[in-house]
Design a protein around this ligand. Structure first.
Ligand code: ACM
Length: 754
């Protein structure tokens, strides 16, 4: 396994002239996340020791200097004197707002010279400069610290860099939220979207309506309760935040330049409110989580929002607006009468009416209203900000209507989705956002042009907690994806480079370990899911991005433990003909935390002989079946609605939206004896067979997902069969293939016959 060498991480970002001293350096100089706008290496070294003074002239600077000192004490065992006067001698760290006006908002300049370290910025910039400086410090207690000369200019790409935590589904204690805010601030996140109410719980004390928390803040399953009760630092009541605790969190966040955005869900996702005050639901409504749009409800909401507005000094209040089950309004005579009175022609207009009234009220409180993209339906309230979660479409539409937008499309920003193979990951809500995908997100959609782009305020990473009951699991889902996200919202897009980000990760993992963060320990580099070969052995070379991690493995299908073989050098795995061998491994971080069990399957096998087939009509035959399928394997039980010939897998040609299945049958020619890789991406399931053998099993109801398989084929013709089905939601089907060593490319007509 590769050992981690900080010098190596530095090399990639520095100009050639800097290499010599970088190589000798022990500093993780530019392992900073998010990547700063500009970093220049300077001659000389600054020596930080017990005599170093912090100079902070004004009150804001002194507060930030104080946070820096706290950090230094915790991480490096140093505590420095803070003075208001610049010492005559050298050896000081200056925090100053002087000459900071020319810097972009939240920007800073950090100059590490031989005699001093200077951080220049407005207060937020000083704070971020301080965060960058802390990332340049080595880990562990040290009496003196040498820092390389650097000149960093830095500022954010977006002004809104958010993270959402859903405390409705599971509660997280005040003590824990402070840890989370510290971590978010380290990565220059500046908005905390606090999802405080939902069907499962109401988490904010409202003095006027005590039943909200008396009735609706208790965990349904007390065995999953944690946080306040477990930590013992809060009162033994239901799981909610008192107004004093809210103020405490708001102040804690504010000191870290994070604005708290409270969310009070309405008119849907309001089950907790309705349980506490059943009169808020429409009479005769079977669906109990939607508020009735009557005057009594508006009075209730205005009273709640008055208390909320007073507690949160930030400008934003989020009012939800997503996933309203409008049937409850359709079934309610009371609601239909209100619609008639207000001249509203459908339930979309009713929702729009609802949001407009609330927005008008919040405006009187000096607040800006944010809502999920459903608030577009029926017409946007005049100044509402749209949070685009069902893809980017809502955000694009809102920007075109000249409304501000925060991007949080579920395919990129829902960090409750899986990061790896769902078979190996802990139980989750589904989805798939591996680290590289999170890194690659650009909050500005290509569809927006010119001034339209200015309406995108930024983006937000969301953690919904249906499946996430503990801080450990929350951290597993957030880290390291939050680091990737921070780069997407802070760093200039031109410099985005996933490989470079990966090179900076080892130092970040070491820091997170030090801070007791239960980040996801990634699968080792060099590990594939599946290895197929005609050889009598396979070679596997592994390394981990986690510094000094150990890897233990088994080859007999058993679960690896600390007593299993330890990976030391590339494995030569012996393979028996026509038998599968399983590699299971676990990666253990220096602190003892373990990854999930990762693994691979190896197969030694002989070639599939070509078959005799002479007729060569281009294209495949297809058969389209209608029905509610749950598996591609079962679509052919009925009678096809349509049959035909096609030369592509493009689903558009079938003019269907939901509930159908297609089987493609024919023959495939390959030009040489080789190992062929097939990669099938599908939403929902698919199964690919070659010569009646399942090569790719991507079956089941799921979102877009790629599964690959390998098969050795002799030159010539082979039987080809692909089955696919679509239930509800997005539809995708793509088939790529490659010979050994080749790049995957679309499987197109030239190789397919019937
Ligand atoms: C949401 O995920 N329903 C906003």
């Amino acid at each position: 396994m590769k050992t981690s060498s900080r010098a190596v991480w530095i090399l990639f970002l520095l100009p050639a002239a800097a290499l010599v001293r970088a190589e000798n350096s022990v500093f993780p100089s530019v392992s900073v996340v998010p990547r700063p706008v500009a970093v220049k290496l300077l001659a000389g070294t600054f020596v930080l020791n017990g005599q170093t003074r912090i100079v902070a002239v004004d009150r804001e600077s002194r507060k930030i200097a104080g946070l820096f000192n706290d950090f230094l004490l915790k991480q490096d065992g140093l505590h420095l004197r803070i003075t208001v006067n610049r010492p005559k001698r050298e050896n000081f760290i200056l925090f100053s707002q002087v000459d900071s006006r020319a810097l972009p908002e939240e920007g800073y300049r950090l100059v590490i010279g031989a005699k001093s370290i200077r951080i220049i910025g407005q207060p937020a910039g000083l704070f971020y400069g301080m965060q960058t400086l802390t990332q340049l410090l080595p880990l562990g207690l040290q009496p003196t610290i040498e820092l390389p000369g650097l000149d960093i200019t830095d500022y954010p790409r977006f002004g809104y860099r958010g993270v959402l935590l859903d405390v409705g589904r599971h509660f997280f204690s005040v003590t824990y939220l402070k840890k989370l805010l510290d971590l978010a601030a380290q990565y220059k996140i500046n908005r905390f979207h606090w999802h405080l109410t939902d069907d499962e719980g109401w988490r904010i004390e409202i003095k006027k309506y005590p039943r909200l928390t008396d009735v609706s803040s208790y965990p349904k399953d007390p065995t999953t309760a944690h946080g306040s009760l477990a930590l013992g630092d809060e009162a033994p009541h239901g799981e909610y935040y008192t107004q004093e605790q809210i103020k405490d969190i708001v102040a804690y966040a504010q000191a870290r330049f994070i604005t708290v955005v409270p969310e009070i869900e309405m008119p849907g996702h309001s089950g907790a409110a309705v349980t506490a005050y059943p009169q808020l639901a429409c009479t005769h409504s079977a669906l109990g989580n939607v508020l009735c749009p009557k005057e009594e409800t508006f009075t209730f909401l205005q009273n709640v929002l008055s208390e909320v507005a007073a507690l949160f000094p930030g400008r934003y209040v989020h009012i939800g607006g997503d996933e309203v089950q409008k049937d409850s309004w359709r079934q309610s005579a009371e609601t239909q009468a209100i619609m008639k009175r207000e001249g509203l022609k459908d339930e979309d207009q009713l929702q729009s009416y609802f949001v407009r009234r609330i927005e008008r009220f919040l405006t009187t409180k000096g607040k800006l209203t944010i809502g999920w993209d459903e608030i577009l339906e029926g017409g946007l309230a005049p100044n509402a900000i749209v949070m685009s979660w069902r893809g980017e479409g809502g955000g694009i539409e809102a920007a075109r209507q000249k409304h501000k937008v925060i991007m949080t499309p579920s395919d990129y920003c829902y960090f409750d989705y899986n990061q790896g193979d769902p078979q190996r990951e802990p139980a989750s809500i589904g989805g798939f956002i591996p680290l590289e995908k999170a890194y690659g997100y650009d909050p500005i959609p290509k569809e927006l042009q010119g001034k339209e782009r200015d309406y995108v305020l930024g983006a937000q990473a969301n953690v919904w907690t249906e499946y996430i009951a503990t801080p450990e699991y929350l951290e597993y889902m957030l880290f390291p994806r939050l680091l990737a996200f921070s780069e997407a919202v802070w760093s200039p897009i031109e410099g985005n480079d996933y490989d470079d980000f990966r090179r900076r990760l080892p130092y970040q993992f070491a820091r997170l370990d030090k801070q007791d963060v239960h980040y996801r320990i990634p699968e080792p580099d060099g590990l594939k899911d599946f290895y197929t070969t005609t050889d009598d052995h396979a070679r596997v070379e592994l390394s981990s991005l986690v510094p000094a991690a150990r890897i233990y493995y088994t080859l007999d299908g058993s679960q690896p433990t600390d007593n299993s073989s330890r990976y030391q050098s590339p494995l030569q795995i012996p393979l028996q003909p026509e038998q599968k061998t399983t590699l299971n491994l676990v990666v253990i971080a220096p602190g003892g935390r373990r990854s999930v069990v990762y693994g691979a399957t190896f197969q030694r096998r002989s070639y599939r002989d070509a078959i005799r087939f002479d007729a060569k009509q281009p294209g495949l035959t297809f058969a389209l079946y209608e029905g509610k399928f749950t598996s591609a394997q079962s679509i052919e039980l009925g009678t096809p609605a349509v049959r035909g010939i096609t030369s592509s897998f493009d689903l558009q040609q079938f003019s269907r939206v939901f509930d159908y299945g297609i089987s493609f049958d024919g023959y495939l020619t390959v030009q040489s004896d080789d190992f062929y890789e097939f990669a099938v991406e599908s939403d929902d399931g698919s199964v690919l067979e070659i010569d009646d053998e399942v090569v790719v099993d991507n079956d089941g109801i799921h979102g877009s997902r790629v599964v690959t398989g390998h098969i050795p084929l002799r030159q010539g013709v082979h039987k080809f069969k692909l089955r696919y089905f679509q239930s509800q939601g997005g539809a995708t089907l793509r088939v790529n293939w490659a010979g050994s060593g080749g790049e995957l490319q679309p499987l197109v007509g030239f190789a397919l016959y019937h």
